[in-house]
Design a protein around this ligand. Structure first.
Ligand code: SF4
Ligand code: SF4
Ligand code: SF4
Length: 271
């Protein structure tokens, strides 16, 4: 179990605990943030990351990284969630709305109409008009069934599903991310800052089913999957696996499946 399950899971994976989407939690997080409903966590975290990476030297980095992680884990951080768990989240969280992606806007300058990648969830969505920069492009409220279709389509494109707190443990957003545009993924992969933490699973290859077609390889954004020319099969480095499940959904032979990270003592505390 990760720290957030221990603190906020009530015996479940924390993002499957309905309490973490509740109106009561939203109000508590507002009090915690001391800025009311207008706190823009994305902007604050982004500014911290920019500041830290532009001004410091290598000796200062470990303590700066620790400070950023301590801050984001209290306020705004993400965890990788595979498609099957994300569908369970969409049965718990309400309301649900599509919205534009702040990272792609900043890194690619995508126009709003081509940039609808995120789902805003929970009662905070009723106040979306208070965050004009984050929610630019407007929001569109949809049903759980439509939301599942939305993320299934994105899964086919190979994006990583992530759940984000907006005042931990209140979960207010579901993101669908790619390494080249996502500030959270880049922060984690390029700088090892745990703005984004690993998911609760790791992927395993059934070598009796794998025919070495390599369809899964390019779906891994974490560098955990490789083709082994010796064995002519896919190989997964479990230390690098974030448990996103994209290799599983991309394998035409159903040769990959996810197992709980907790089954592997050496990985159990690797988030
Ligand atoms: S975390 Fe992912 S989906 Fe969310 S705003 Fe960033 S890139 Fe977009
Ligand atoms: S997509 Fe499936 S069959 Fe193809 S290499 Fe990957 S695990 Fe093997
Ligand atoms: S190996 Fe599969 S589950 Fe693990 S990070 Fe790569 S694509 Fe995701």
């Amino acid at each position: 179990m990760c720290d957030w399950c221990v603190q906020h899971g009530d015996g479940k994976i924390w993002y499957l605990n309905a309490k973490n989407y509740a109106r009561k939690m939203y109000k508590e997080r507002k009090a915690e943030a001391k800025g009311g409903a207008d706190v823009d966590f994305q902007r604050i975290v982004l500014e911290q990351l920019r500041d830290a990476t532009s001004k410091i030297n290598t000796e200062q980095w470990p303590s700066v990284k620790k400070n950023i992680e301590s801050f984001v884990h209290r306020t705004h951080f993400g965890q990788v969630v595979p498609l099957q768990d994300m569908e369970k989240v969409l049965d718990i969280a309400w309301p649900i709305a599509t919205m534009t992606c702040a990272c792609r806007r900043q890194t690619r300058g995508l126009p709003d109409d081509d940039n609808v990648y995120c789902l805003g969830i929970g009662v905070g969505m009723y106040k979306w008009e208070r965050w004009p920069d984050t929610y630019r492009g407007g929001v569109d409220f949809i049903s759980p069934k439509e939301a599942k279709k939305f993320i299934e389509n994105l899964n086919k494109k190979g994006v990583v599903h992530t759940a984000w707190t907006f005042g931990t443990p209140y979960i207010g957003g579901i993101c669908n991310c790619e390494y080249d545009t996502c500030i959270g993924l880049r922060g984690r992969i390029d700088y090892d800052v745990k703005v984004l933490v690993k998911g609760h699973y790791v992927a395993l290859v059934d070598t009796s089913k794998c025919n070495g077609c390599r369809a899964c390889i390019s779906r891994c954004q974490f560098g955990a999957l490789k083709y082994s020319p010796t064995f002519e099969k896919a190989e997964i480095n479990l230390q690098k696996c974030f448990g996103c499940g994209l290799c599983e959904t991309g394998c035409p032979r159903h040769a990959i499946h996810l197992e709980p990270r907790s089954k592997f003592p050496v990985l159990a505390n690797s988030w």
